[in-house]
Ligand binder design. Structure first.
Ligand code: GLC
Length: 580
């Protein structure tokens, strides 16, 4: 065993005020400042009618399990009317439920079951684009260039002879070009329309006041039904730079615009490095209007930005006091498993969000990234959106990945602010690497001719019962993506009440987090920058994560939580402990 550095709260100890305490005088104790929010991907959560696709009735039936896990809120990925070309992020009717998932009455019942259990409900809103099957887009295609119907979207004439060159060089986030040419009623080629994502997801023109009015009506529709907030999809999109100038992203940028490895914050803050389709200043006007709408409603309704914006100093603009309430902290998700890098991201998150009176959020997994139980066991780079499949250059080490994932989750759940848990991470689910090609559905896979596997591997339905067909995901055993045979032992009922299981770790962590009010606390550093541990005190809990290469001798204290077995009084590598 190596000699361990001495743990002491010496004069270098730094305490960061968290919003909600002393720093932000205006800040209160609104639920979203500290909530642990559980992301439900409706297709893959629970299927009550046996068609192989999760649904709202299935979700309502399983909510007591989330109550006993100890989360405060659920966020539902889209369940709206949609042709499902992008898992429902292609919305054909913002104010109805797709029959695949149920009815509006099912949604109302789900909301009331959730509220009775003390769980808040956040729904997804997808404002950057509609589905090409939305009535607005159908009528835009049927109308002439220059019409009011076309002005709701980004239609442009092509360039070059016969207009057969797209209006600019933008590439779709999912691969291929971001423009598709239309065909006129007489069969001749027509105008082009912009789609930052799939061709079936045309971008709306947010300079058009009509679009703004419609989307406020959509917000009101769901607020009136009692939702507690919205997760705003592509909240850094919507406004495009005037003239739609050409742009080529840096080679190492994640597909959503984040993960720009190696660029200094100062450079990223420079507007020249802002893609003309992401992070434009004009988006903030939209959110200021939305904030006023939410403020009219009782009960702390919240807006959460999905904005892949770096650095954090820039992301903080989305959560200024009159804009959104929270933004996903993707910088945290993308921070490598290295002590100094993590400490520095934690520090800047608390500082930067705190400076505008917003809570920091923490997130490690969602439906767009490789699950962290695999990501943290991966050597080599894996850019967001690439996924992992049979022919990927690097495959995760599952044992190392799970060990680190448990340590990372135990670290995350001790931090002040609000944390996100993606369905299945509480079971330690890994990314599914060996999906049959024929079952893949992510448009990324098709638009890149299989060069990028995309995100299906993190979207596989979750296992509930080890001995049931489809592990209890569906009543019939059908499942839109197959569950791997080795998931029997990860099923919820195989972990429930089993000390040391990942479910037990999450349940206990959330219990202590609530008891000790860690969400409202503050980080008081114990480890020094450069140490191999990330160690801090938050209220009555001392948290130590060992990211080094040797065991770490623990100080005295009662072990309240450990992400893996301890070795006597030593904290093994890739393990996190909470001491009282
Ligand atoms: C967001 C969603 C993602 C979707 C994209 C387009 O990033 O999280 O799943 O594909 O927006 O709507």
């Amino acid at each position: 065993m190596s000699s361990a550095p001495v743990l002491s709260a010496d004069s270098s100890t730094e305490s960061r005020p968290t919003p909600g305490t002393d720093a932000a005088a205006s800040a209160g104790s609104e639920w979203w400042r500290t909530a642990v929010i559980y992301q439900i991907y409706p297709r893959s959560f629970a299927d009550s009618n046996g068609d192989g696709m999760g649904d709202l009735v299935g979700i309502a039936e399983r909510l007591p399990a989330l109550r006993s896990l100890g989360v405060d809120a659920i966020w539902l990925s889209p369940f709206f009317t949609s042709p499902q070309n992008d898992g429902g992020y292609d919305v054909a009717d913002y104010c109805d439920v797709d029959p695949l998932f149920g009815t509006l009455a099912d949604f109302d019942r789900l909301t009331s079951v959730a509220h009775d259990l003390g769980l808040r409900v956040i729904v997804d809103i997808v404002p950057n684009h509609t589905s090409s099957e939305h009535e607005w887009f159908r009528s835009a295609l049927a109308a002439a260039p220059g019409s009011a119907e076309r002005a709701r979207y980004m239609f442009r004439d092509g360039t070059g002879e016969n207009g057969d060159t797209p209006p600019n060089n933008w590439q779709s986030i999912f691969g291929g070009r971001a423009w598709t040419r239309t065909t006129n009623p007489d069969g001749t080629p027509g105008q082009w329309y912009l789609h930052l994502f799939d061709a079936s997801q045309p971008d709306l023109d947010w300079e058009n006041p009509w679009v703004r009015e419609q989307m406020v009506d959509v917000l009101r529709f769901w607020l009136d039904r009692g939702v507690d907030g919205f997760r705003v999809d592509v909240a850094h999109g919507m406004i495009k730079a005037p003239g739609l100038p050409d742009y080529t992203p840096p080679a190492n940028a994640g597909s959503m615009g984040g993960g720009i490895v190696g660029l200094e914050p100062e450079i990223l803050l420079d507007e020249d490095h802002t893609p003309p389709y992401f992070g434009q200043d004009g988006v903030h006007d939209i959110y200021r209007v939305w904030r006023r709408v939410l403020d009219e409603y009782e009960g702390d309704r919240a807006l959460v930005a999905e904005a892949w914006v770096e650095p954090l100093q820039k992301l903080a603009r989305w959560v200024r006091p009159n804009e959104m309430h929270q933004a996903f902290n993707f910088s945290y998700l993308e921070t490598p498993w290295e002590a100094s890098a993590l400490r520095s991201t934690i520090d800047s998150s608390l500082e930067v969000f705190g400076s505008v009176g917003a809570p920091s959020t923490w997130v490690l997994s969602n439906h767009d990234v490789v699950r962290h139980a695999s990501r943290l066991g991966l050597e080599g780079e894996n850019i967001q959106g690439a996924g992992i499949g049979p022919n990927s250059p690097h495959h995760p080490d599952p044992v190392l990945g799970l060990r680190r994932a448990r340590a990372a989750s135990a670290l995350m759940l001790a931090l002040p602010g609000s944390a996100y848990v993606y369905q299945g991470e509480e079971l330690g689910l890994p990314e599914v690497v060996h999906l049959p090609d024929a079952s893949r559905q992510d448009p990324t896979y098709f638009r890149t001719d299989g060069q990028r596997y995309g995100r299906d591997g993190c979207r596989v339905p979750i296992p509930w019962e080890a001995s049931a067909p489809a592990y209890g995901f569906s009543t019939s055993g059908k499942s839109w993506l197959p569950l791997p045979p080795e998931w029997a032992e990860l099923a919820r009922d195989a972990q429930e009440g089993v000390p040391g299981s990942t479910l037990d770790l999450y349940t206990r962590a959330l219990g202590i987090r609530a008891e000790e009010n860690l969400g409202l606390g503050a980080v008081e550093w114990i480890s020094e920058p450069g140490d191999a541990t990330v160690a801090f005190r938050n209220g009555g809990i001392t948290v130590i994560a060992n990211l080094g290469s040797a065991p770490f001798e623990l100080p005295a204290g009662e072990v309240a939580l450990a992400s893996g077995p301890l070795d006597g009084t030593a904290l093994p590598v890739d393990t996190t402990v909470w001491l009282r």
